[in-house]
Ligand binder design. Structure first.
Ligand code: MN
Ligand code: MN
Length: 297
């Protein structure tokens, strides 16, 4: 399988999952079923009243981070903090509470590392890890972990967030190398749950209405990702669980894109995705891989 194709599919998956999930963010599965039956189109709306095919902070923070990494030539905490601050000033459609609080703190102190807090275990750093996975592709494990934390700690400095961020980055990188889902399940998802029981996703009830707590988010994402067999089914399964559906959709879409590749992405969803977002995702995926020293094959 071709690394560059999978990187592009991961980025498009992130944006498509975000756009699909945003329509039903904060709804319960029952409310979704009453209103849509099964929600499966990128028609916008939701509490943010998005235009069809538009995305939210999950995708736009990822793109802001990726641009900062490209401008800097590396994953740098201060450059990331400045990029997120500029992103916040541009009045994004949505912004998480932890992100806002710690970016306001950064404005005051100039310190790009938020203070440690076990309470800051939301999914806001995990949702924007893809540019780090691409920029550090092929680097040593320690370099990858350091880069993950540099970007994550700007807004989320917590052990559970770190564990989730690093797990997702290693999963994406292995998928880009051609690893299959079974490998990702045993090498990464189960290992994460073994180290941090909050992430257990087997032998518990299906994660419905997942909150923004990163362990709830990954439970839903892992159940949908590992229990379905293609891109479309995975995304439909995860967003119809409701809750923080744009973020579960974004993370599941990233993983599903990386594993199943571009040909698995439904044409209707690709066409419905905002054209500027689509081309930004495609261009940035290639530029970040190039920065990592990966020539397109
Ligand atoms: Mn969002
Ligand atoms: Mn969200």
């Amino acid at each position: 399988m071709i690394t560059a194709d999978r990187a592009i599919a991961a980025y498009l998956g992130l944006a498509i999952g975000d756009a699909l999930g945003a329509t039903v963010e904060f709804m319960t599965p029952h409310e979704i079923a009453v209103q849509y039956g099964i929600h499966d189109t990128l028609h916008g709306g939701g509490w943010l009243r998005l235009k069809p095919g538009h995305v939210t902070d999950d995708t736009t923070m990822s793109l802001a981070l990726g641009n900062a990494i490209l401008a800097q030539g590396s994953v740098d905490a201060l450059a990331a903090a400045q990029a997120f601050d500029a992103w916040m000033r541009a009045k994004p459609v949505d912004i998480g509470n932890t992100v806002r609080r710690n970016l306001l703190q950064f404005r005051k102190t100039g310190n790009p590392e938020a203070p440690y807090s076990d309470h800051d275990a939301g999914n806001g750093a995990a949702m924007r890890m893809l540019p780090v996975a691409l920029a550090t592709f092929g680097q040593t494990e320690q370099t990858v972990r350091t880069a993950c934390r540099a970007q994550a700690h700007v807004t989320h400095h917590s052990a559970l967030s770190d564990a989730a961020c690093e797990c997702l980055v290693f999963m994406v990188q292995d998928a880009l190398r051609g690893a299959d889902k079974n490998y990702l399940l045993h090498q990464h998802a189960h290992q994460l749950a073994a180290r941090h029981p909050a992430f257990k996703f087997r032998a518990i009830k299906p994660a419905s209405n997942p909150s923004g707590y990163v362990a709830d988010t990954l439970q839903a994402v892992f159940q949908s990702f590992f229990d379905t067999n293609d891109f479309r089914d995975c995304l439909i399964d995860v967003v119809n669980r409701g809750g923080d559906a744009d973020t579960t959709g974004a993370i599941a879409g990233m993983l599903a894109g990386a594993v199943y590749g571009p040909e698995a992405i439904p044409d209707a969803w690709l066409k419905a995705l905002d054209a500027d977002i689509r081309s930004s995702c495609e261009a940035q995926a290639l530029a970040l891989l190039k920065m990592a020293g990966e020539s397109p094959k």
